[in-house]
Design a protein around this ligand. Structure first.
Ligand code: GDP
Ligand code: ZN
Length: 339
């Protein structure tokens, strides 16, 4: 979603590969020439709610998409009734290439990876400092998922009125993750956005940020402060999907008021399965350590005795605290976060 100004009509119409590759241009397949670009705001029981120009349009996946998933944040091509009127149904005929895919498995024993959010470029990991107690394992797992997907993580520590952020900040300092600390007084009714909320807003400008967190951490409170129109937006979506008011079952994309950028609120998570994670993609987020893997054995997990990173760090090429943090993150793949 960062590609502002990119005209979807300039996209190449897909050519069927093979046999007659040298067909003249004019005979290219007219793949839904009347299609309009839509941004997927939410998906609920097969109903895809898209923003098409300034209208909220409900659509179904066209048969031709087969098993291809359509998820919040996707850029899609839609055809049919795009009036946005009640009881109309359009069709999603194409899903544009994703710039990123945030995935998770329901848990580690579940081999099916699900795309949670498409085209985000930032992952806001919301954690309460107390009530509920912070769960560093869950934070670590969200970080691994962010690094794997190429999203920049942002740690948001809430409820600082109940406990100090210092211990958690110490734990995460070697990772260099950006963080914001919020507390109850930020959310006083009718007050102007306070410093912490303003700080979060600044970090969201021009970006598409997926918000994840365990339920009860204050994610809804924060998202409502960032997007005051949320209640109305949720109402619109619910009117379309026919769902009740406060059920956050599906992820929902919300435009930031007064600035470019999107917030994608996701339902509270209890776990974040990492069945699909590839350690080499996680290492990309550690450019100081990555060169040290050159001497590693093939398919090194970077958490085994022959791993070359120990010698690399011992030789003074990188900070031992960084290697320690990397290993802690990689180890979360083998453990359940309750451990
Ligand atoms: P969600 O489940 O993550 O969406 O959490 P909610 O936003 O619904 O908040 C859960 C509870 O925490 C509510 O009772 C909020 O009023 C409360 N809460 C939210 N932010 C804060 C905070 O900064 N400090 C305190 N003490 N409570 C908060
Ligand atoms: Zn290694």
């Amino acid at each position: 979603m960062r590609r502002y100004g990119k005209n979807p009509d300039e996209d190449d119409i897909p050519v069927r590969p093979g046999r007659r590759g040298s067909r003249p241009r004019t005979q290219r397949r007219p793949a839904h020439e009347d299609a309009r670009e839509g941004l997927v705001l939410t998906v609920d029981r097969g109903r895809v709610t898209c923003l098409v120009e300034d209208r909220t349009v409900t659509a179904m996946k066209a048969r031709e998409l087969g098993r291809k998933s359509v998820v919040v944040g996707d850029r899609v091509a839609v055809v049919g009734d795009l009036s946005g009127r009640k009881d109309t149904l359009a069709r999603v005929v194409r899903v544009e290439e994703r710039t990123s895919t945030l995935r998770r498995t329901a848990d580690d024993d579940d081999p099916f990876e699900r795309v949670v959010v498409a085209n985000a470029d930032q992952l806001a990991i919301v954690t309460a400092l107390a009530d509920p107690e912070p769960r560093p394992r869950l934070i670590d797992r969200c970080l691994v998922a962010a690094y794997d997907a190429g999203l920049e993580p942002l740690l948001i520590l809430t409820k600082a009125d109940l406990a100090s952020p210092a211990p958690l900040l110490d734990t995460y300092a070697p990772l260099g993750v950006r963080h914001v600390v919020t507390s109850a007084e930020e959310f006083d009714e009718g007050g102007d956005a306070t410093a912490a909320v303003a700080e979060v807003r600044e970090l969201l400008e021009g970006r598409t940020t997926a918000f994840v967190g365990h339920s009860g951490v204050g994610k809804t409170t924060l998202v409502n402060a960032l997007v005051p129109e949320r209640q109305r937006a949720t109402g619109v979506v619910n009117a379309v999907t026919g769902r009740g008011r406060h059920t956050t079952v599906s992820a929902l994309a919300l435009p930031l008021p007064d600035m470019p950028g999107w917030v994608i609120d996701t339902p509270g998570v209890r776990s974040f399965g990492l069945h699909h994670i590839d350690p080499s993609r996680v290492i990309h987020a550690f450019p100081d350590l990555e060169p040290g893997t050159a001497e590693c054995p093939r398919a090194c997990s970077h958490d085994e005795p022959d791993c070359a990173l120990d010698a690399w760090v011992a030789a003074g090429h990188a900070d031992p605290a960084r290697l320690f943090s990397l290993r802690r993150l990689l180890a979360t793949r083998e453990r359940h976060e309750g451990d």
